[in-house]
Design a protein around this ligand. Structure first.
Ligand code: 5GP
Length: 185
């Protein structure tokens, strides 16, 4: 395990920039194949945590020839400033597209207990899309409480709190270009 020095804080790197880039390339291959005949793909980026993963993923999809994608954004908050789930989610921003009859790919940063995604699935399902699939950067199987099907998963992790590549702790560290384990400051 390598470490990443940012000012006075040392993070233990879990997934390097190169590992993430390579894995996204593999996922994009699969997703581009699966949606090649879809005319109505809407990618829903779950803000805030998925914004970097989603932007890298959709550019990888474009390089694989999957274009004319509609992008939408949905903002949910769950943990506040804690590293433990509060058991509640709040939708701060809903999608703008009409997804009735369209293929939807939700892009999420991490599935932990599965609460956020199971609630989001219900919200999206109620808008009558043709299909709903989920791409997630990370998954913590040991924390799973709510059954969630992840169609495209980049990495499985242990029960550790991670930061970077879009994921925060108390609003910080999203800008790190890699995924690291948060050990406290
Ligand atoms: P769930 O509802 O599945 O328990 O949690 C999902 C949300 O919790 C994620 O979208 C993310 O915002 C947050 N989360 C869960 N685990 C972590 C983690 O290890 N690091 C960070 N930064 N956020 C996490």
């Amino acid at each position: 395990m390598t470490s990443y020095q940012e000012a006075t804080i040392t993070f233990k790197t879990l997934f390097s920039e190169k590992m993430i880039e390579d894995r996204i390339d593999q996922l994009a291959d699969q997703i581009a194949k699966d949606y090649q005949s879809s005319d109505h793909l809407v990618i829903i980026c779950v803000l805030n945590g998925a914004f970097i993963f989603c932007s890298d993923l959709c550019r990888a999809l474009s390089r694989k020839g999957l274009n004319k994608i509609s992008m939408d954004f949905l903002s949910v908050s769950s943990y506040g400033d804690s590293t433990v789930s509060s058991g509640n989610i709040k939708v701060n921003l809903d999608i703008a597209n009409d997804i009735d009859g369209k293929d939807v790919l939700i892009v999420e940063d991490i599935v932990d207990t599965g609460l956020t995604m199971s609630k989001l699935f219900d919200t999206i399902h109620a808008k009558s899309p043709n299909s709903i699939k989920l791409a997630s950067l990370l998954y913590k199987p040991s924390r799973s409480e709510h059954k969630v099907k992840i169609d495209y998963l980049a990495f499985t992790i242990e029960d550790q709190f991670v930061i970077g590549y879009g994921l925060d702790y108390a609003g910080k560290y999203r800008e790190l270009p890699l995924v690291a384990i948060y050990d406290g400051e």
